[in-house]
Design a protein around this ligand. Structure first.
Ligand code: NAD
Length: 376
């Protein structure tokens, strides 16, 4: 099948997540990187393109010249889908201009820096009939997808409690002086938005909860911690969640949990049983049963749901990981772009972006108001 002509905004040499996007796209074998605005520095972007074997006439210094240059090409040569892997504050402008000019978009989270921007992108994506995929990475794991399908089928009964935590420690040395507080753009409100911890990782936990349970959080109550008075953004927080009178939950997230690496976990409890899943050990899903020992479910087996089986390529015992998980989102986006049938949950869309931005804003508002309940 013909590969989709693909572009990137950001993701050049030295960027963190852009490389993972390229591996993910390569795994699907459905994208061909043709050009982009790979770096804020045009010379570095050209150097990156030379290393990648991308012709220099498809390397652009900014989004406007990208759009102008690509639209001047015959339609069959033109880039069709663009991944946005720039810092947060740029996502909105890039995504808006791309969709208005008929490109499909794959975008990093948080999708924007305000919910109004996210709602605007949702309107454009509907009006222009453009695919919009948000790379909430963890929704691509086969065991997360198995958990989602089993919950949908009622395997653990009526849901009554959910807990997720996302604990990292990497900002701890920065905040305590190792490199200065601005050594990461994530602590600069002009670049990051109104939140660091909740926008960067809390939102992944929130998305994972809504993705796996199929339920919407109705209210949040947040307590955030900036650690030092001169630091403008949250580094740590605890959020209570209310889904209904009978269903509650909690998200704990931190970038200053000293020594933690990428400790994302979700535990879901229903009237009949529960699930435990850990991102650092993604190929073992623990299913809990009332009155009986838990079982471990692993990928690659015939007994799994179609969705989980299709999300793992190799036979049992050949561990797949974060690149394949990313790849499953890229695969889903390619299916949608090619008008092939997709299943619910195939990839997070702009509606998840709107929910994520409402979550971030509501938690920050709750904390500011002395931790009151805020409706989402
Ligand atoms: N899905 C995930 O698990 C995950 C993980 C890490 C980061 N992210 C998200 O990915 C995004 C990028 O984060 P990162 O850590 O890779 O950042 P980064 O700072 O490592 O890389 C940003 C890239 O954007 C480029 N850039 C900056 N301004 C630009 C402009 N005006 N035009 C074109 N390119 C420009 C930079 O040159 C660089 O290549 C953020 O929104 C972040 O939240 C998501």
């Amino acid at each position: 099948m013909k590969k989709l002509p693909w572009g990137m905004i950001g993701g050049g040499t030295g960027a963190f997540i852009g490389g993972a996007h390229r591996v993910a796209a390569r795994i699907t074998n459905q994208y061909q990187l043709m050009g982009g605005v790979f770096d804020v520095d045009f010379e570095r972007a050209k150097e990156f393109a030379r290393d990648e074997g991308i012709p220099l006439n498809r390397v652009y210094p900014n989004i406007d010249e990208f759009i102008e240059g690509e639209l001047a090409l015959p339609a069959e040569e033109r880039i069709q889908v663009v991944s946005i892997v720039t810092p947060n504050f740029l996502h909105y402008e890039h995504a808006r201009k791309l969709m208005e000019n008929d490109f499909h978009v794959i975008c990093e989270k948080p999708v924007t820096i305000t919910s109004a921007e996210a709602i605007d992108l949702q309107e454009i994506s509907l009006r222009k009939e453009r695919v919009f995929c948000i790379t909430h990475t963890y929704t691509g794991y086969p065991m997360v997808r198995e958990m989602k399908r089993r919950i949908e089928a009622g395997a653990i009964g009526e849901l009554q409690r959910v807990e997720a935590h996302y604990l990292q420690g990497w900002i701890n040395p920065i905040i305590h002086g190792g490199g200065g507080k601005m050594a990461t753009w994530r602590l600069d409100p002009k670049v990051s938005g109104i939140s660091s911890c909740m926008a960067d990782i809390g939102v992944h936990a929130f998305n994972l909860i809504e993705y796996t349970t199929g339920l919407e959080v109705k209210q949040v109550l947040g307590v955030l911690n900036k650690l030092t008075p001169d630091n403008p953004l949250d580094l740590d927080g605890n959020v209570l969640l209310k889904f209904s009178e009978n269903m509650t939950g909690v998200i704990r997230a931190s970038q200053i949990a000293t020594g933690e690496e990428n400790n994302l976990q979700i535990n879901i409890y229903g009237s009949l049983g529960g699930f435990h899943w850990e991102q650092e050990n993604p190929n073992e899903l623990k299913m809990l049963h009332e009155g009986a020992s838990y079982e471990i479910i692993k990928p690659g087996y015939e007994f799994l749901s179609d969705f989980a089986r299709e999300s793992h390529v190799l036979p049992p015992g050949h561990p797949e990981g974060i690149y394949e998980s990313f790849g499953n989102l890229y695969k889903g986006a390619a299916m949608a772009i090619k008008n092939e049938p997709t299943v619910p949950g195939q990839f997070p869309g702009i509606e998840d972006g709107v929910r994520g931005m409402r979550f971030i804003e509501s938690v920050v508002q709750s904390d500011k108001e002395g931790s009151s309940w805020i409706a989402l």
